[in-house]
Every structure is written in C-alpha cells, then in structure tokens.
Design a protein around this ligand. Structure first.
Ligand code: NAD
Length: 355
C-alpha cells in the first residue's frame, strides 16, 4: 500500500508494509536510540544496502528532543564524514524523526533523509509531512524547519514491541485528524475492535489499516497546505491545551498523545459552550478516547495560571489566542476571538475534580 504526498519536486511516497529492500549509493547513517536499536535494528539492517552504514544512537525521551541532541547528531555525522550525497534514516518514534529531520535540514545546508517510524504515533502522524524540530526552555517544537523526507516506510511489525500506552497515544493523533477533517474516518475508528487493537499477539492487519487510513488523510492535508498557512493548522486541535499540560507536568506524567487526548476533551468543552458541539457529540468523542484507554481529564490547579501559559505557545503569536475547535464532527474552525471569561469557565471546570 502506497500513499503519495504531493508536493511538486518534494513529493514522496509513504508505504505501508512494503519495506523489502533499501538500497543507497552513498553513505547512510541510521539514527535511533538504544532501546529501538536493541529491538529492531537487525531487522532493518538485513534489508539495507549502502556503500557504508553508520549507526548513531541518541538518548531516549522527549527531554532529549533539544539542541544538544542536534549538536551530538551533527558531530557524529561530521566524524563519519557524511557528505551531501549521504542519507539519514530516522529509525524511531516522533522524537527521533523530529530530531533527524531537523538535523538533515541543516547538515551541510541540507541532506536527504527518510523516515522509518517505529511507534504508531510516528506512523500515523509525525513521520509524514516534514515538520521537524526540537524543544527549548521556551516551549515545545519552537526551533525547527519544514523539511520533507524522501520517503517514509511504515512497517506494522515494529509495533509488536510497543507498550500499550504508546499504542493508545498513536490513536489520539488519528482521532484528532478524524474529528477535524473526516467523519467517515471517525466511523472507521468507532468500528475498530479494541481487543484486536490491544492484542499484539494477533496479526497486525489492524495496524496496517489504521496507518493507511490515517496517512491518507494526513498526506492529503499536507499536500494542500505544506507550510501550515491555514488547513494544516487544524491539526493542532487539542494541542494548545496539551502543550500547557505537558509543560506543567514536565513531560513526565503524560505521553504526548495522552496530553493530546485530554486537550481534545478540553477543546470540546469549549466548543460545547460556544454551541459548536452538542453534549452528545462531546460524550461520543470522550467514549472513543476511553475505548483506546486514553485519559480525558487533567486536574488544573489554577485556571488563571493555566490561561497565562497559553501565551508561551508559538500558536499564540501576537498575543492572540488561537483555538482549533470542532464544528460538528468531521469539521473544525480556528477561533481567535473567544472571550477570556468563557475560556476561564472551561478551565475552572477542570479544577474541580471529576463528577
Ligand atoms: P517517542 O519517539 O518518544 O517514542 C515513545 C517511546 O517508545 C520511546 O521510549 C521509544 O524509545 C519507544 N519506542 C519506539 N519504538 C518502539 C518500538 N517499536 N517498540 C518499543 N518501544 C519503542 O514518542 P512518539 O509518541 O513516537 O512521538 C512523540 C513526539 O512526536 C513528540 O515530540 C511530538 O512533538 C512529535 N510529533 C511530531 C509531529 C510532526 O508532525 N512532526 C506530529 C506529532 C507528534
């Protein structure tokens, strides 16, 4: 199964379960971390042919998605004497693909890279679309570039070793895309058998279907709006809230996808107050998130403090808060004129504990 991301000279294919052989003329550096390399590197190397292959392992974790890791990566590339005809292979989750993509975009003014994602989140979302970058003290993904991979290979076999929470986190990003763009995809997700989803001993057809459906949607959006001028912004649904939650919990309590799931619920509560979503629709989404064992609640300590933290997010440039909100299921809008009192009302509801 192949899906094309259509970007004129930067177009590329995303393949699902098609990786038989990978051949390169120049040098190749496979960039991963020790955990993933321990589990799956041999399987990748058995399919890889190049003049020379280097293995670079970075530290594992969102806290290492920073400029230090970029410097470490670039140093390793210089030590291995990679040149402008060389290729980087990002072999890992979204953290690895974000770091490697950014590294590739600045190493000697840009060299080729390909993504071979190993988490569901990276397969359904992060590895496709060319948003690359790292975090810094001011927030998440604040340093980076738009830089497209030459190809993406999603292999569902790698998901067999992925912990349940990580699988769930991947579903959060797919659910996000379905709510903002495509009601039919939401129906597809509703019909998925969660027992088959969580039972990794079964064959992995279900993952291949999920990856294919999600990538089709993401590829279409990226093809229409590569640089996030309008349409692609809608994919940040839930993220305005999620980034604050991740920041307040120092990236330790929730996985990114889990924070997104809570963010989706928070955004929906705001949409409900504005009359964009009905109570029934809100409940339906919450139920779907729970079906995939995702959290939907975070106890906010101080709603004013939470509100102020929104302004650290890069999506609030010019001191204007932008919220992506669903308008019915399968469609979303960007709102930048919501009254502070209304936002605080929603945040205050989340200070009270669950009913
Ligand atoms: P991650 O890369 O940290 O991976 C999660 C954990 O799973 C890590 O510990 C990793 O070592 C481990 N792992 C990876 N593959 C494994 C496997 N096959 N078996 C067992 N363990 C495995 O997290 P993630 O959820 O993949 O990605 C989150 C990141 O992606 C965030 O930094 C987020 O900002 C970014 N992101 C980027 C985009 C984009 O468009 N660029 C989109 C969504 C998310």
């Amino acid at each position: 199964m192949n899906i094309k991301v259509n970007l004129e000279k930067n177009s590329y294919e995303v393949s699902v379960n098609e990786l038989k052989k990978l051949e390169f003329k120049g040098k190749v550096a496979v960039v991963s971390n020790a955990k993933i390399a321990g589990l799956h590197l041999q399987s990748l190397l058995s399919r890889l042919k190049a003049d020379e292959v280097f293995i670079i392992t970075l530290k594992d974790g969102e806290q290492y998605k920073n400029l230090q890791s970029i410097e470490e990566l670039l140093n390793q590339l210089f030590i291995s004497k990679l040149d402008r005809k060389s290729t980087l292979i990002a072999f890992g989750g979204g953290v690895i693909s974000d770091i490697v993509g950014f590294g590739a975009s600045i190493y000697q003014r840009g060299i080729d890279f390909i993504n071979i994602p190993t988490t569901l989140l990276a397969m359904v979302d992060a590895a496709v679309g060319g948003k690359t970058g790292v975090n810094n003290a001011f927030g998440k993904n604040l340093i980076g570039s738009f830089y497209q991979p030459r190809a993406v290979y999603c292999e569902s076999e790698f998901l067999k070793t992925l912990p349940q929470r990580e699988l769930s986190a991947g579903m959060a990003e797919f659910i996000k895309m379905a709510i903002t763009f495509d009601e039919k995809k939401l129906e597809f997700i509703e019909k998925l058998d969660e027992n088959a989803f969580f039972d990794k001993s079964l064959d992995d057809v279900i993952y291949a279907q999920i990856i294919f459906e999600s990538v089709k949607l993401k590829a279409d959006i990226v093809s229409k709006d590569e640089k996030e001028n309008d349409l692609r912004m809608l994919l940040n649904y839930g993220h305005t809230f999620a980034h604050v939650i991740e920041n307040q919990t120092q990236y330790k309590t929730f996985l990114h996808g889990e924070a997104v799931a809570i963010g989706i619920n928070m955004a929906n509560q705001l949409a409900l107050k504005l009359g964009f979503l009905s109570e029934v629709e809100c409940k339906k989404v919450e139920k779907l998130l729970h079906k995939f064992k995702l959290p939907t609640y975070y106890k906010i300590k101080d709603s004013n403090e939470f509100y102020e933290a929104f302004f650290l997010d890069k999506k609030s440039l010019n001191a204007k808060l932008h919220f992506i909100l669903p308008q019915g299921l399968g469609r979303a809008v960007i709102k930048n004129d919501i009254k502070k009192e209304l936002i605080l009302e929603v945040l205050t509801d989340f200070t009270k504990g669950r009913a």
